[in-house]
Ligand binder design. Structure first.
Ligand code: OGA
Ligand code: MN
Length: 286
């Protein structure tokens, strides 16, 4: 097995079969995941059950309450775009699940059907985003929290950002947990703007343009300006971006706490079908 850092962020891991990993190989992969934020596998021949078995090595599977599930495997969310759909899922910079009190650790995305060209995914490192802030900005962010929510996106029906035609009505995720857990999930959380990453112990910038609503305790205008400055810093931080080109058999596994991602929507008229499994995370501390 070979682990090679790629440009911007992330590591490509080759010469392995994720169906047959020794304990040592898995430990090395886990360490690479914590260090690099996103790992890429090529040429993997996996069934849905193999995908589930790999993901379960990291923790419990989280069923996304907004996404359509695979008809036979409720643990797998379908990240799909049909030829007649204009919008895609995740078509802007974001990180998944920051609207949860315990944001997901990460996701394992398997390519099942790809367009002839296009449909790459962009990633950005929130470790490097934080490290490259000015000392002044770092000092300003210390102790600050932000409010996150998914309601403005998932509550708005078929034309929402996520193009979830069943937004807010998909019961798969909520039916198996009690009402108080649902209420807890649906209330909007506050997270530190700079987190200490639970796996790596490194600091990461933890706000994103999709789900972060405001800086807690700050006037709206000042909060908007601060968030916009932070987003501009990431948008223009090309040296900590990576553009991943999918091929049949490709798998990407990203950490939601230390990366952003963005599904490019440049393949109109073609189908793209991805299978996503999301892994439970934990509360985030400064
Ligand atoms: C996601 C997502 C990116 C892609 O599954 O959360 O944003 O390239 N997917 O499909
Ligand atoms: Mn996403």
């Amino acid at each position: 097995m070979q682990i090679t850092a790629v440009e911007g962020l992330g590591a490509e891991i080759t010469d392995l079969d994720i169906k047959n990993l020794s304990e040592q190989e898995f430990a090395d992969i886990r360490a690479a995941f914590a260090e690099h934020g996103v790992i890429f596998f090529r040429d993997q021949d996996t069934t849905e059950n193999d995908h589930i078995a790999y993901a379960e090595r990291y923790g419990d599977i989280k069923v996304n309450r907004f996404f359509a599930a695979h008809p036979n495997f409720p643990q797998i969310a379908l990240v799909a775009k049909e030829p007649d759909q204009k919008d895609n899922i995740g078509g802007g910079w974001h990180t998944d699940h920051s609207y949860d009190h315990e944001p997901a650790l990460g996701s394992v995305l398997v390519a099942r059907e790809l367009p002839d060209s296009g449909g790459d995914t962009m990633f950005a490192s929130m470790y490097k985003a934080y490290d490259s802030l000015s000392d002044e900005m770092k000092a300003k962010l210390e102790g600050l929290k932000a409010l996150h929510s998914g309601k403005h996106i998932f509550g708005e029906g078929p034309d929402s950002y996520y193009n979830t035609s069943d937004a807010g009505t998909h019961e798969e995720g909520t039916s198996r947990i009690g009402n108080s857990a649902v209420a807890e999930q649906l209330s909007d959380p506050e997270h530190p703007i700079v987190i200490t990453h639970p796996l790596s112990g490194k600091k990461a910038l933890y706000v994103n343009p999709a789900f972060t609503r405001e800086v807690v305790g700050m006037e709206k205008a000042e909060s908007d300006e601060l968030l916009s400055d932070l987003y501009t810093h990431v948008f223009t931080g090309h040296d900590f971006h990576h553009r991943f080109q999918w091929r049949p058999g490709s798998i990407a596994m990203w950490d939601n706490r230390s990366t952003w991602h963005w599904a490019l929507n440049d393949y109109q008229g073609q189908r793209r079908i991805m299978h996503r499994i999301t892994i439970e995370g934990c509360p985030l501390d400064a």
